[in-house]
Design a protein around this ligand. Structure first.
Ligand SMILES: [Fe+2]
Ligand SMILES: [Fe+2]
Ligand SMILES: [Zn+2]
Length: 172
């Protein structure tokens, strides 16, 4: 039977018979996708100075990576590569919007990152970006005082690790 579900990490709703393996918006694992009435979603969090600084940095990283992927989705010289980068660009844009909500910002700027024509160079760029994101999110999770903020940092480590896996496989 069709249900209305909701992701506890990004807060977005999903219509389906059952929870997908990963949130189609932010990539969080199925454990975080709940019946809408049971989903616990909170963006009204008091951030201490460190968590706020890390959330602001995360926002910039996601804006920058989203812009890169959306560029690569247009320009990369490989059909499957265009689809991969389109999928990744959507997820990173959703991550940026999670940080926008945590920081209570009305809007966010668009990134101006550029990309390459060569699919291999884009995969290498993706690999470097995801590696940096994983390192940063891991550090931010260990520094976090707020449980909700720590959970988001931890979940995004998992999601960016999935992204890294995709570029790794294609570069081998
Ligand atoms: Fe991300
Ligand atoms: Fe990513
Ligand atoms: Zn989600």
């Amino acid at each position: 039977m069709v249900r209305l579900l909701r992701c506890e990490i990004c807060g977005d709703p999903y219509v389906g018979d059952e929870a997908p393996a990963n949130c189609p918006f932010c990539g969080a694992k199925r454990d975080y996708i709940k019946d809408v009435k049971e989903a616990n979603v909170n963006f009204d969090v008091e951030l201490n100075e460190k968590d706020k600084a890390n959330a602001e940095h995360a926002l910039q990283v996601e804006i920058s990576n989203a812009a890169f992927y959306l560029c690569a989705a247009q320009k990369t010289d490989d059909e499957e590569g265009r689809l991969l980068f389109k999928a990744l660009g959507k997820v990173e844009a959703e991550h940026a919007s999670v940080w926008r909500k945590m920081l209570k910002l009305d809007s966010i700027s668009k990134g101006d990152d550029t990309c390459h024509l060569s699919n291999k160079e884009n995969l290498e760029d993706s690999h470097a970006r995801e590696t940096m994101a994983i390192e940063f999110y891991g550090r931010a999770a260990s520094e976090a005082e707020n449980d909700r903020v720590r959970k988001i940092f931890e979940v995004f480590v998992e999601v960016e690790t999935d992204h890294l896996q995709l570029s790794k496989e294609r570069l081998e």
